[in-house]
Design a protein around this ligand. Structure first.
Ligand SMILES: C[S@@+](CC[C@H](N)C(=O)[O-])C[C@H]1O[C@@H](n2cnc3c(N)ncnc32)[C@H](O)[C@@H]1O
Length: 218
């Protein structure tokens, strides 16, 4: 899978690309490319944004700059999925993550300040995703969230089995994962449920399924 990220601050992506699971799949299952709008801008002085028509504070990412960047990288209009990261997009959840993990090629467009010129969303992107109903200062954290969530669905990203039974998985009927415990078996009088140290795998599986159902909001 190839993921291209367009941003004004490519260096911040080291925070996720140097860590697992991204680091594990990079160069293998995942080809991650970072592009700085400033490297493609046709405007003088590396300009990428401008004042909003109609007035108001903040700067808006220019449509001609994003078009030049996409054309420069793809040699024409992009045929694959181009996602604008915006608080006004459809909300990211595990279903959307699974859908994106099936794609061969994704482009993520991030903005800063006031956001995108609307024509970028209408004419250059073909999808828009929000990571939640709140406003962040830029699209880089949303892009990293999406990258991490998609990367861990790629083959080889995680140790075998660790992503099968986890929150929102079909194995757990889309619900929350059951609780985990590790040593010590008792700490300050706080004990581990007996069933987990019973060695009875069928009872453990039943207990875990019940716990998952109990803690999942209906
Ligand atoms: C300060 S925000 C712009 C918010 C925009 N003026 C609005 O009110 O909808 C700057 C950029 O951060 C990114 N961003 C902020 N919050 C986001 C979220 N919840 N999900 C995805 N991207 C977000 C987007 O790329 C956005 O264009």
């Amino acid at each position: 899978m190839r993921i291209d990220v367009f941003t004004l601050v490519p260096h911040v992506f080291a925070a996720v690309s140097e860590q697992r699971p991204l680091a594990t799949v990079l160069g293998g299952q995942l080809d991650l490319r970072l592009f700085n709008y400033r490297d493609w801008t046709p405007l003088a002085g590396g300009q990428v944004d401008d004042e909003p028509y109609g007035g108001g504070s903040g700067m808006v990412l220019r449509v001609d700059v994003v078009a030049a960047a996409l054309e420069g990288v793809y040699g024409g209009s992009a045929e694959h999925r181009v996602i604008a990261l915006t608080p006004q997009g459809r909300q990211l959840d595990q279903g959307v993550v699974e859908e994106l993990a099936e794609e061969e090629h994704l482009t993520l467009l991030s903005a800063r300040f006031e956001g995108f010129d609307e024509r970028i969303l209408v004419h250059l992107a073909n999808d828009a995703i929000s990571i939640g109903p709140y406003v962040l200062s830029g699209g880089e954290l949303p892009a990293m969230v999406l990258l991490d969530a998609v990367a861990r669905r790629l083959p080889g990203a995680l140790s075998e089995g660790s992503a099968e039974e986890e929150s929102f998985s079909t194995e757990l009927e889309g619900g929350f994962e059951y609780p985990h415990y590790t040593r010590p078996a008792e700490f300050r009088g706080w004990t581990v449920p007996d069933v987990l140290v019973s060695g009875d795998h069928a009872r453990i599986a039943d207990w875990r399924r019940d716990q998952s159902r109990e803690r999942t909001p209906s």
